[in-house]
Write a new protein. Structure first.
Lengths: 87, 339
């Protein structure tokens, strides 16, 4: 089981209460499930009804877009970005 | 001979006299002249850009003034088109800048004609549908463009060089459905956040127009001026990208875009989104709570705002009553439903 840091976009800080979460899992997907267990509201912000990421939510594992079965190592960073449309 | 007006800027070695000369000969098109757009137009106009085409479908209103830096109270009182008001200010700021103001809704039908004679396209739009259209048009024509988006205290910037860097659809593959994300009119927006995002866009634009593509950031910047988080992240080209990879350019096909159709005799416009949606009407009504009178039944949510009545169905369709102008209806749809 690896320990990673999940970094959330600033727009979610107010509703989630934090910009960073310590998460655990053997894969990227397991680490995200751990985050949803710790903060259930996060799933509503990041996922659609089918359980996948919402279209405007982007997830990077150590700076790269990776599939959810990507193995996790201690110290990895999972970054969530939110593409916004205003202008 | 160097122009003393731009001496401080040209003294910056990576730009130099040669970069300044290129900038003064360069042509750009700005699509959308709101918060990001007015900042972009002013910064590049002051910097000595040669030609700027300003494309916008809206007119100035009082609640634009906290963020839209080229406009004033008289523009709002006169309800001047934004492209016209911006052009007047820019001509006073820099009489050497050639400004071509267009009161236009940029669509698949006209986008290529609006950008085919420029060196760069600047993103000042407020919706992803137009950005996907711009991306397709720029990939087809080989024209660089600089994307920016901003809501609340947060935004993103991405410079796109066709055939070289990732394009918008390499980064964001699918068009977010209407109502799926916050907009400036549902989540608010801070002027300083807009200023920072537009400044980063303008910096990337200067590099491209001055012939210094080597200095362009290859990826995205995201900045939140409230939580003080700044991320830069690379973006890889997707060989299977429908725009820059397979070059299918589906947003240039009129049918791929959303449709706005005037409903004869009803003083109303019907909007069909580009991608089908499944809206949470209760959530939509909650987001509208502070914006005007709202109501909801199991089939649609209704908002009275900006002198119109928006009735939004759960599949993303809307009937906007109080206007027969499709461009105004699309603006209201972008403001209050999003995407």
């Amino acid at each position: 089981m690896a320990r990673a840091t999940l970094i959330l976009p600033g727009m979610l800080h107010e509703s989630i209460g934090s910009g960073r979460l310590r998460v655990e899992g053997r894969t990227l997907g397991e680490a995200l499930e751990d985050a949803y267990r710790r903060v259930p509201a996060l799933r509503l912000h990041l996922c659609d009804e089918d359980g996948g990421f919402r279209v405007h939510i982007l997830c990077f594992h150590n700076g790269e877009r990776q599939p959810l079965d990507t193995p996790l190592e201690d110290g990895d960073e999972i970054l969530i970005l939110q593409a916004v449309s205003g202008g | 001979m160097s122009d003393p007006r731009y001496a401080r800027q040209a003294l910056f070695a990576p730009l130099g006299q040669e970069g300044q000369r290129r900038l003064s000969a360069a042509r750009a098109a700005l699509v959308g002249c709101g918060a990001l757009g007015t900042h972009l137009a002013e910064q590049l106009g002051r910097a000595g850009l040669g030609f700027l085409r300003i494309c916008d479908r809206d007119f100035v209103e009082l609640d634009n003034l906290p963020r839209q830096v080229l406009f004033d109270e008289k523009d709002a009182a006169d309800r001047l088109p934004k492209s016209v008001a911006a052009a007047e200010k820019l001509r006073r700021i820099n009489s050497a800048l050639q400004v071509d103001s267009r009161i236009v809704d940029v669509t698949a039908a006209n986008v290529e004609a609006l950008i085919e004679d420029v060196d760069l396209v600047l993103d000042g739009t407020d919706n992803f549908e137009t950005r996907f259209l711009l991306n397709d048009a720029c990939m087809k024509l080989g024209t660089p463009w600089v994307h920016g988006g901003c809501v609340g205290s947060y935004g993103q910037v991405m410079a796109i060089l066709p055939g070289d860097t990732a394009c918008l659809r390499c980064w964001l593959e699918h068009l977010p459905p209407p109502g799926s994300g916050p907009t400036c009119d549902t989540a608010g927006v801070l002027g300083p956040a807009v200023g920072v995002i537009a400044a980063l866009q303008a910096a990337e634009a200067l590099k491209i127009l001055a012939g210094r593509r080597d200095a362009v950031h290859r990826g995205t910047h995201t900045i939140d001026v409230w939580t003080n988080i700044h991320q830069t992240i690379g973006a890889k080209r997707n060989p299977d990208c429908p725009s820059c990879g397979r070059k299918t350019f589906e947003f240039l096909a009129v049918r791929a875009g959303s449709l706005a159709m005037t409903l004869c005799g009803r003083d109303a416009v019907h909007i069909s989104p580009a991608a089908p949606a499944r809206l949470d009407l209760a959530d939509l009504e909650r987001r509208w709570a502070a914006l005007g009178r709202t109501s909801r039944n199991p089939y649609l949510a209704r908002l009275e705002a900006d002198g119109c009545e928006l009735s939004v169905f759960s599949d993303g369709r809307a009937i906007i009553k109080g206007t027969e102008d499709p461009a105004r209806a699309k603006t209201l749809y972008s403001k209050y439903v999003g995407a």
